[in-house]
Design a protein around this ligand. Structure first.
Ligand code: ARG
Ligand code: ZN
Length: 508
C-alpha cells in the first residue's frame, strides 16, 4: 500500500499516451529485492501489495501446513516476471486467473512468470497454493517457524513471514490481512487484529482473523496451539484480545499479571503518543523456548521467558510503544531501526519515571556512566548499526540517551509535542531518521544536526561537552571523568528494562 500510488498510476497512464507501447520482448522482470542495503533480497521490485488473504490448514501433530494465499497488488512497472519472498514448497501459482510458471530460487525467492506480461498500473491477483512442514525448512541453519509441543509460532524480525505466507517482505509495502486457519478441535489459532469468526465441523475448527489497518509483513503473526483466549474492551471501547498457552507452567501467573495490564498501559501511552492507531490491541504468550518479544501488530508476541523472573509491565510498555513507533510509523530502510527501538526503550524510561523507579535522566546518566569509552557498546552507531547489530543494546540504550539529549536540548514542552506529533504526521507510513530530525527541527525551531550526528552517527563515546549531553549538569555524570568518584546508582527499574532485550541474543 502506498499513498503515492495514485500519482504514479496517473504518471504511468500519461507515459503510455506519450510513448509507443513497448513490445513484450522489452518488458523486463521485477527486481529480486526492494533496494534495502541491509537485506538486498528483502522485498521485491515492480509491484505494490494492498491485501493478503491467507487460508491455512495446520496439523500440530505432524507440522503439516497447507495454504492458499491470494495477493492483491498493483504493478508499478511493466513486468515480464516478478518475485515473492517465500521458503515453503509451492504447488501451483495463478496470476489473474491463469496458470503461471514458477521457480524457487536463491535463499527465499519465488520467481513467477505470468502467462501474459503485466502492465504498469494494472491490478494483479496472485494465488499461491503451497504445502510444507515449515519447522523443517531451514535457511542459514534455522527455521523461523518456532515449533511448540502443541503447534507452532511465526514471529520474527526482520524476516519471518516467508515461513507461512508468500509476500513482498519489506516494511515499505504495507497491506491489510485476512487470515483464516483450520486446526483440529481443541487447538486454537491466533493472528493479528480481531477474531471475526470461529466455526467447527467434522473435528476441525476454523478461526478467522482480520487486520483492516495497513500492516508490514514482519508484523503479521500466526500462532497455533492450545490457548486460553480472552476478550475485553478498554474503558475507551478499544477491543483487547489476550491469549495464554495452556502450558505456561510456573510462568502463567506472571505472564497474565503483566499482559492483562495491556488495556491500561495502552491508554497511558496514548497520553504521550496520541490516539492509538489501530482497531484492537492485545498480546499472546505461546509455549516457545525463545527469549524475545515482538511488536506484532495489535497482537503482541511474548516469550514465557520474559516472565520467568516475575511480572514485567516494562516489556508490555515497550511492545505497546512500538504500535506507534514501528508499526503505524515504520522504518523506510532497516537502518532506520532507531526510530523503533530508541523510542520503545524511551517509553520504558517514561514508565520507570511514572512508577518512581528512576527518572529518564537518571537512566540516561546510568547508561552513559556504565560503559567506559573503550567499551564496544560505543562502537555501534544507533543511527546506522549495520544488519549484524540491528538489535544491539546500543540501538536501544544509547538510542534512548539520544532521545533524552533531544529532550534536554529542545525542552519538555517541544519534546512532548514532537513525541506526540510524529506518529500523527506519519500515520500508517514509513520514515527515515533524517525525516524525523527535520520534523524535530521544524517543531523546536532548533538546528539539531550536531545532536543527531553525535548521539546516533558517531562510533565513539560522545564527550560530555558535546551538543545535547544527557543533561546540562547531570547528577553523577560529572564525577565520571577519569579519576572521578561516585558513579550514579543503578536505577530500580534498570534490570527489568534490560530483560526486554537481554535475551535478544538467543533469537536469530
Ligand atoms: N523488536 C523486538 C523488540 O525489541 C526485537 C526483536 C528481536 N528479535 C529477533 N528475533 N530478531 O521488541
Ligand atoms: Zn523493541
Amino acid at each position: 500500500m502506498r499513498k503515492r500510488l495514485i500519482v504514479s498510476a496517473a504518471a504511468g497512464a500519461l507515459a503510455l499516451l506519450l510513448t509507443v507501447p513497448a513490445s513484450a520482448a522489452q518488458i523486463g522482470p521485477g527486481a529480486a529485492g526492494i533496494g534495502d542495503p541491509y537485506y538486498p533480497n528483502a522485498g521485491n521490485g515492480g509491484y505494490d501489495v494492498s491485501h493478503y488473504d491467507i487460508r491455512l490448514k495446520y496439523q500440530p501433530a505432524t507440522d503439516e501446513l497447507e495454504g492458499t494465499a491470494t495477493i492483491l497488488a498493483t504493478a508499478t512497472q511493466d513486468l515480464s516476471r516478478f518475485n515473492l519472498d517465500f521458503v515453503l514448497g509451492v504447488k501451483e501459482v495463478l496470476v489473474n486467473g491463469r496458470t503461471a510458471k514458477f521457480a524457487s530460487t536463491g535463499e527465499s525467492e519465488l520467481e513467477i512468470t505470468p502467462a501474459r506480461p503485466l502492465t504498469k498500473g494494472s491490478p494483479v491477483t496472485v494465488v499461491v497454493r503451497y504445502a510444507d512442514k515449515p519447522g523443517e525448512v531451514e535457511r542459514g541453519g534455522y527455521s523461523a517457524w518456532l515449533r511448540t509441543p502443541d503447534g507452532g509460532v511465526a514471529a520474527n524480525e526482520p524476516e519471518g513471514s516467508a515461513w507461512w505466507f508468500p509476500s513482498n517482505d519489506h516494511p515499505t509495502d504495507k497491506a491489510t490481512y485476512d487470515v483464516s486457519v483450520l486446526v483440529p478441535d481443541g487447538t486454537q489459532a491466533i493472528s493479528n487484529g480481531l477474531l471475526t469468526g470461529q466455526s467447527s465441523r467434522a473435528g476441525w475448527t476454523r478461526y478467522n482473523w482480520r487486520q483492516t489497518k495497513p500492516q508490514a509483513t514482519y508484523l503479521a503473526t500466526l500462532a497455533i496451539g492450545r490457548f486460553d483466549i480472552r476478550t475485553d474492551t478498554t474503558p475507551g471501547g478499544l477491543p483487547v484480545v489476550t491469549a495464554y498457552s495452556k502450558d505456561l507452567g510456573d510462568n502463567d501467573g506472571a505472564a497474565r499479571a503483566s499482559v492483562e495490564r495491556t488495556g491500561e498501559l495502552v491508554d497511558w501511552l496514548s497520553g504521550y503518543f496520541g490516539e492509538y492507531p489501530f482497531g484492537s490491541i492485545g498480546g499472546y504468550v505461546p509455549n516457545v523456548p525463545t527469549g524475545y518479544a515482538l511488536e506484532t501488530q495489535t497482537q503482541i508476541f511474548y516469550s514465557p521467558a520474559q516472565f520467568s523472573r516475575g511480572s514485567n509491565t516494562s516489556v508490555v510498555v515497550h511492545e505497546l510503544a512500538h504500535q506507534w513507533y514501528g508499526d503505524s510509523v515504520s522504518v523506510q530502510r532497516w537502518s532506520d531501526i532507531w526510530l523503533n527501538e530508541g523510542f520503545a526503550r524511551y517509553s520504558q524510561w517514561l514508565w520507570s519515571e511514572h512508577e518512581n523507579e528512576g527518572t529518564a535522566q537518571e537512566l540516561a546518566d546510568y547508561v552513559y556512566s556504565s560503559y567506559p569509552a573503550d567499551n564496544a557498546f560505543w562502537s555501534v552507531k544507533p543511527g546506522d548499526p549495520g544488519a549484524d547489530h540491528q538489535f544491539a543494546s546500543a540501538v536501544y540504550d544509547r538510542g534512548a540517551v539520544a532521545i533524552q539529549a533531544l529532550r534536554n536540548t529542545v525542552g519538555d514542552e517541544k519534546f512532548f509535542q514532537i513525541l506526540k506529533g510524529w506518529p500523527a504526521e506519519r500515520k500508517y507510513g514509513n520514515a527515515t531518521i533524517q525525516q524525523f530530525q527535520a520534523y524535530a527541527e521544524r517543531i523546536s525551531g532548533k538546528p539539531l544536526a550536531d545532536l543527531f550526528n553525535t548521539w546516533l552517527f558517531t562510533a565513539s563515546k560522545p564527550a560530555l561537552s558535546s551538543a545535547g549531553v544527557p543533561a546540562a549538569a547531570p547528577a553523577g555524570v560529572a564525577a565520571l571523568a577519569p579519576g572521578g568518584k561516585g558513579a550514579p546508582q543503578e536505577p530500580k527499574s534498570w534490570k527489568k528494562i534490560q530483560e526486554t532485550n537481554s535475551l535478544h541474543e538467543h533469537a536469530h
